[in-house]
Design a binder for this molecule. Structure first.
Ligand SMILES: *Cc1c(COP(=O)(O)O)cnc(C)c1O
Length: 219
């Protein structure tokens, strides 16, 4: 199937309130244009340098999402255009994003990355750490960022019950937070292999790469 067909197929299954971030990492600009020409405007990259190069080459009405792990010293390269930063996992990074947002007169939207997977290697904050950040005075003083919600990745496993339970515990936590912080509106969970399970567990934003663009050789 073509990229346009893949997009159409996925979008047809999504509730209206769910945003599809087309994950275009490792794919050339020409491939992204195929999706763009089919009407899609929301793309995600996991490396700042690649994100910046593609931003420069491609139409300016694209909404660019940074979905990968973020190095603080690279925030400055994307601060003038990035639409949403998904993987924020420390207060120091938030402070840097705030500083760069101020330089460009922007309020940069961010998601806090929650650690839900069993694997040791996954980045992210515990639920307790997320509550601590949101409740801190220091955080409330940051005027050039907005925490729009949470992002997470489930364990890399075929065990659906495990993925479901990880998503479900995150969803409960998200709902609890939401009563206290009604401005949270995004729950970014679900990739090509598990977005159906994510949708069953309150996802409002899925990040899908290979199911749209085909398999990647690396990353
Ligand atoms: C690569 C990536 C995705 C998309 O993965 P697919 O399995 O190709 O859909 C989603 N989220 C993050 C953080 C990624 O790095």
């Amino acid at each position: 199937m073509s990229i346009a067909d893949n997009l159409k197929h996925i979008l047809a299954t999504l509730p209206e309130y769910v945003t599809l971030v087309a994950v275009s990492k490792t794919k050339p600009a020409a491939t992204i244009l195929e999706a763009y020409d089919a009407g899609h405007k929301v793309f995600g990259e996991n490396k700042v340098q690649e994100l910046v190069e593609k931003y420069e080459q491609l139409p300016k009405d694209i909404e660019w999402h940074m979905i990968g792990h973020l190095q603080r010293n690279k925030v400055k390269y994307m601060a003038h255009f990035v639409h949403l930063i998904h993987g924020v996992d420390s207060f120091k990074t938030l402070k840097e994003i705030n500083k760069q947002g101020a330089k460009h007169g922007r309020v940069i939207k961010c998601l806090l990355q929650a650690r839900i997977a069993q694997e040791e290697t996954k980045f992210g904050l515990t639920f307790e750490e997320i509550e601590t950040i949101l409740g801190s005075k220091e955080f409330q003083d940051l005027e050039n960022i907005k925490i729009a919600g949470l992002m997470a990745m489930a364990s890399f496993t075929d065990n659906e019950a495990q993925i479901r339970s990880e998503f479900s515990s995150l969803h409960s936590f998200y709902q609890k937070l939401n009563t206290q912080y009604p401005t949270l509106e995004v729950l970014s969970i679900g990739m090509s292999g598990d977005y159906q399970l994510a949708l069953e567990n309150g996802s409002t934003m899925i990040r899908v790469g290979s199911a749209i663009f085909g398999a990647r050789n690396y990353n």
